[in-house]
Every structure is written in C-alpha cells, then in structure tokens.
Design a protein around this ligand. Structure first.
Ligand SMILES: [Ca+2]
Ligand SMILES: [Ca+2]
Ligand SMILES: [Ca+2]
Length: 469
C-alpha cells in the first residue's frame, strides 16, 4: 500500500450501522431505576410536566372543620359559617393560600407555601389525610403513525409489549406536551444523503429561503449553485438524495412527520432536516468531505438560519487538528455535534473513535441500548469518552422509496440524541451547546447495568431534558 492509499484509508469514514443480527429479547432484565434526583411530590418547586406546581389534593378530616368552626366563633362570632368561609379559615389557620372544594371531602390546596414539611405536620395533627398531586391532563395525543400504533417504536414509547422493559424509552410523548420542536430549527444530517421524496420526511426537509431553484445561479452567494435542500459533497452537486439508505434512516429518527397516519414519528417531528451527503452508495467518504459539510452548516448558521444540531452517525480516522478547529468554530456558533460512539464493542477510553472522541465542548458521544436498557453488544462505550445511551437496537425508521425497516447501530442511537437536543434548543434557544449536553447527561434516566460504561449511565429522557434546569 502506498502512502497516499494508506492516508486515504486512515481518513476514510464509515457509517456506524451494525451488521450484527439481533434477537428481540423479551426477557425483562434491568428494570428502570426511579429517577433518583427528582424531588418527591408536586409541591417542592420542581416544574413537572405531569403535575401542577404547588397544588395538591387533600382529604380534610372532620377535626380540621371543627377547629375552623371554633376559630370563627371565637374570632368573628360567626355561629353557622358557610363552607366557603370554613375553607378560607382552614387555609388561614394552616398557612395555605387557597382551599377549594373539589368533591366530597376532597379539596384542592394551592399556594407557593405548600410544601412537604407543612403537609407532614397537618397529617400528623390528624387534620388532613390522603395527600395527592394535582395532575395535568391533556387530550389524548398518541401519534397515529402506523408503526407507532403497532408498538414498534420502542425508543419513542416502550410499553414492554413487543419485548424489552416498559419505560426504557426517551419519554417522547411526555416531551411533546411541552415541545414538538420549532419549525425553524434545523438539524444537519451528515450522512449518505436523505431520500427527499419519502412521504414521512418530505414535509420536514429544509428549504433554502434565499436560493431560487434550477436557475444555475448561486442566488444566496454561499458558493453553492441551486442548493435548495442541502448539498451533495460526494458528487459536488445540489442533489443530496440518498443512494444507500443510511441517512434516510437517521433523518426519520430525528424528524419524521407525525400525525399523518403513516410510518413513524421522529423525536422532534416539527424540526427541519438539512441533508448533507458525504458518504457514497457504499457508505464511504473522507474527513475532507465531512469538514466541507460542517463548514456548510456553520456558514448557514452565520447568515441566520437556525442550524443548531449536527447529527453524525459515522466515524473513522484519527485526531485531526483541522477538524477539531472546525468543531470549535461550530461550538462558537451554538451548534451541538452529536456523534455515534462506534460499533466495535470497544472501550473508547482506551482507543478513541473520531469524531465521537473529539474534546470540543459541543461534541456528545452516544452509545446504543436495547429495549431492555442494556448496552448493545456491538456498541462502543467509555466511562469518560462516551456521554449518554440512547435506543439503538431494532430501530424502525424510514428507508428508500417510502419504505420502513428496522436497523441496529450507534448510528441509530445518535439521531435520538440529535432529536432531543433539537427539542431542548427549540424551547431554550439561548443555551450554549455545552449547556445542552450537560442537561442531556444530567436528565438521563439511570440504568444500573450501564455503570462505568459512559459518563451518564442511562437512557436519555426528552421530557426530563426539557424540564431540567
Ligand atoms: Ca447557493
Ligand atoms: Ca439558484
Ligand atoms: Ca409519520
């Protein structure tokens, strides 16, 4: 092998699609731990999407009414108080802001001063019993997307019905009560391209607002003629259509349209996908191509397009100063770089995998988990070099020609994190990439078997990321 060929091989990129066959394992192992750092109850200041802050439902005991009646008699000489007056007196006496009758002996108590200690004191004095949260309720908004309804999308919602452990998912449905993603937020998918005509993807493909199609003129003067949907770095043309299937699959996991009765739903079903094709029909490319694609994304961001996430389900080669530099520039422009950890079943702490192992503050490295919450056999790991775990085994998503198929790989896990990062940035656009990554790590749901395998041993939770401060 001559030096040129050797260098090319060093720099060659491959996608992180696992070629391992898999068995859908229904053995329920490694149940989810309760979320350890979440405070108990709805009344301690945690902004929960499922319970109303500072509000509880209590059953008031007869003694509470007796004390209030005596107090009113003594204080205001009221002999036969109305229930309304009694409740106001109870609230006054016990330091609660408001007390409203709900039904029978159940009352809604609210106010910032309601806290665990106070409730405990009222309980021990026998004044209240049965303290429960006041839950938020929503219209049932289960996606009607076909493969969701079949229960196949375990990463979105895992009921345990198709194997695996219920709750080992990214809590997408709860997240969607807060955000389904901002339509102007753009996730660049640097991959084999995207099958642009896929009915579940076409509505969410980025459109260049400053480029007139097919006039052979670079209207927006970014150096790329007629780049209406993205760019094909491999063939250096304006058609980033997928000639394999890998990028199409990744794009669907991030942003497939939801509620269209079809196929799948992406993690952030309202954000836009920017297809940048750097891998050919065999899934091969090189670092120079990857750099061109990242450069394209940064330049769009510079001119005001809301490109905030790059999803990179690929890897290969060694550390390059020039690539690290471009990652740092992406960081300065607020772009999170999500990278698959790799599919060698190896420890990235011992032997780094690039780009996942770059130390730039905007890089988050993702391992693949199965539906029972175990590390996938093929997934790379690393106590310090791999950040989080996400679904990556038997993941159904979009395929060429409008089809759908399941695949395995850290390639599939990274897009889940890209989608979650896009949701967080849709809600809180002022966050820096390192803050988004810190939030995704801190809000991940712990899984005991993953200890020592990644920085945040668990599965990411979109809803907890959206509510984490
Ligand atoms: Ca252009
Ligand atoms: Ca043009
Ligand atoms: Ca759909």
């Amino acid at each position: 092998m001559d030096a040129g060929a050797f260098a090319k091989r060093l720099l060659s990129l491959t996608l992180f699609l696992s070629v391992f066959s898999h068995v859908v394992d229904s053995a329920a192992q490694g149940a989810l731990l309760p979320p350890g750092d979440l405070p108990e109850g709805p009344f301690t200041g945690f902004v929960s999407p499922v319970t109303k802050k500072g509000e509880i439902l209590v059953r008031l005991q007869p003694s509470a009414f007796r004390i209030a009646r005596e107090s009113l008699k003594k204080r205001r000489s009221v002999q036969a108080p109305s229930e309304h007056l009694l409740l106001r007196e109870i609230a006054r006496l016990f330091g609660l802001r408001t007390t409203t009758a709900v039904s029978g002996s159940s009352f809604l108590v609210s106010g910032a001063r309601v806290n665990q200690t106070k409730i405990q004191r009222l309980k021990s004095r026998g004044l209240v019993s049965r303290v429960e949260p006041n839950y938020r309720i929503n219209a049932f908004n289960d996606p009607n997307d076909f493969l969701y309804k079949l229960g196949f999308l375990w990463g979105i919602k895992n009921t345990g019905a198709t194997g695996g452990v219920a709750g080992v998912d990214i809590d997408a449905l709860d997240a969607w009560n807060i955000s389904r993603g901002s339509p102007d937020l753009v996730v660049a998918v640097i991959d084999t391209g995207v099958y642009l005509k896929h009915p579940d993807l076409a509505p969410n493909i980025w459109q260049n607002p400053s480029e007139i199609p097919n006039n052979d003129i670079d209207d927006d003067k970014n150096g790329f003629i007629d780049d209406v949907n993205g760019w094909d770095v491999v063939d250096n043309d304006n058609n980033p259509n997928d000639e394999m299937f890998h990028g199409t699959h990744c794009a669907g996991i991030i942003a497939a349209a939801s509620g269209n009765n079809r196929g799948i739903c992406g993690v952030a079903p309202q954000v836009k996908v920017l297809p940048l094709r750097v891998l050919n029909a065999r899934g091969e490319g090189d670092t120079a191509g990857l750099m061109k694609a990242v450069r394209y994304a940064i330049d769009l961001r510079k001119r005001g397009e809301n490109v905030r996430v790059i999803s990179a389900s690929l890897g290969g080669g060694e550390y390059l100063e020039s690539f690290n530099e471009i990652l740092e520039e992406a960081d300065r422009y607020g772009i999170v770089f999500v990278a698959a950890a790799g599919n060698d079943g190896k420890d990235n702490d011992e032997k780094p995998t690039y780009p996942a192992s770059y130390a730039a503050p905007n890089v988050i490295s993702v391992a693949a988990l199965d539906s029972s919450g175990r590390l996938a056999s093929f997934s790379n790991y690393g106590a310090t070099s791999v950040d989080v775990g996400a679904p990556g085994v038997f993941i159904w998503s979009s395929f060429l020609f409008g089809f759908y198929l399941p695949f395995d790989g850290t390639s599939m896990a990274a897009p889940f994190v890209s989608g979650a990062a896009a949701l967080v940035l849709s809600e809180r656009p002022q966050l820096a990439p390192s803050q988004v990554i810190s939030i995704l790590k801190r809000s991940s749901k712990p899984l005991p078997e993953l200890r020592g395998k990644m920085v945040a041993p668990g599965i990411i939770s979109a809803v907890r990321a959206l509510t984490q401060r």
